[in-house]
Design a protein around this ligand. Structure first.
Ligand SMILES: Nc1ncnc2c1ncn2[C@@H]1O[C@H](COP(=O)(O)OP(=O)(O)OP(=O)(O)O)[C@@H](O)[C@H]1O
Length: 266
């Protein structure tokens, strides 16, 4: 019998945006898990992530972090236990990158290692060379690295927390995508953090994540292990055919092939 509550627990959780309702979502995230959220554009992936983060309220059901309702947690409490990298993060007022990364630690009253942690977090996110630069002068990929460094700084000296990221790699070149995904994984593994990521790249999800949440039309269509067996559900999710390849290291790679409707009519 389990004694501890799950790291994150959504129980029939629903939320609303305008007239549209999302959910009910019913799922647990356990400490140290690697979970990818996949689905077509506009399906509700970011909305689910924001519900998990406590950024959107539950209109029904509940969302709890380690047994405490998100709605009853202060922002300072939440920032100690979970970090969020949203899809777009525009920085106003031309702040320095150092300051943007340090914002990850703003909830701490006493932070004697701040400068060291900001520097180390920047190095891990390949943003060390950007320290001292104004954030509003950076390219999209450079901004993404600074924001990832902010998350690293926030969760640097925490254990078994939750990292929620929304398309963290989409502005990066392929080499940096692979490298930063490895860095995020290593960072989280060293500290026992769970990672939940909204992704558009099915191969990244299959290779670097152990569980897939498939979201369609505002609802959770499937919650299943990240494995070649998930390919039929992925095809149904996107309405495409996926050709599968063995990567020679025990994982499956997929190539989007054509729209499912085109297949049936040909
Ligand atoms: N404030 C809002 N009011 C009304 N509708 C909204 C609001 N914010 C988002 N939506 C709509 O809710 C739906 C889900 O949005 P969401 O950002 O969760 O989708 P997504 O799956 O993350 O999409 P993408 O892959 O394109 O980023 C979209 O149709 C979007 O237009």
């Amino acid at each position: 019998m389990r004694t501890n509550p799950p790291l994150l627990s959504l129980i029939a959780a629903q939320t609303r945006l305008g007239r549209r309702s999302f959910g009910p979502f019913h799922l647990d995230i356990e400490a140290g898990e690697r979970v990818a959220i996949l689905g077509p554009s506009g399906a509700g992936k970011s909305t689910l992530l924001r519900l998990m983060a406590g950024e959107l309220p539950c209109s029904a059901g509940s969302a709890a972090l380690e047994g405490t309702l998100l709605a009853r947690s202060s922002l300072i409490e939440l920032s100690r236990r979970r970090a969020v990298l949203p899809q777009s993060t525009e920085v106003a007022f031309g702040l320095d990158c150092d300051l943007v990364i340090a914002l990850g630690r703003v909830a701490r009253h006493h932070d004697p290692d701040l400068a060291h942690i900001v520097r180390e977090a920047a190095m891990q996110a390949h943003a060390g060379h950007l320290l001292g630069r104004r954030c509003d002068t950076l390219s999209g990929g450079e901004k993404a690295r600074v924001q990832l460094a902010r998350i690293f700084a926030q969760m640097w000296d925490r254990e078994a927390g939750l990292i929620l990221v929304d398309e963290p790699l989409s502005a990066l070149d392929p080499g940096l995508q692979i490298d930063l995904l490895d860095k995020l994984d290593a960072f989280a593994r060293q500290r026992g953090h769970a990672v939940v990521a909204v992704l558009h790249d099915i191969n990244q999800a299959l290779q670097a994540f152990s569980r897939l949440l498939l979201v369609l039309e505002g609802a959770l269509m499937n919650d299943l292990p990240s494995h070649a067996d998930a390919v039929p559900q992925l095809e149904a999710l996107y309405g495409i055919q996926l050709q599968c390849f063995d990567d020679g290291q025990g994982s499956t790679l997929v190539l989007p092939w054509r729209a499912a409707s085109a297949v049936t009519t040909s």
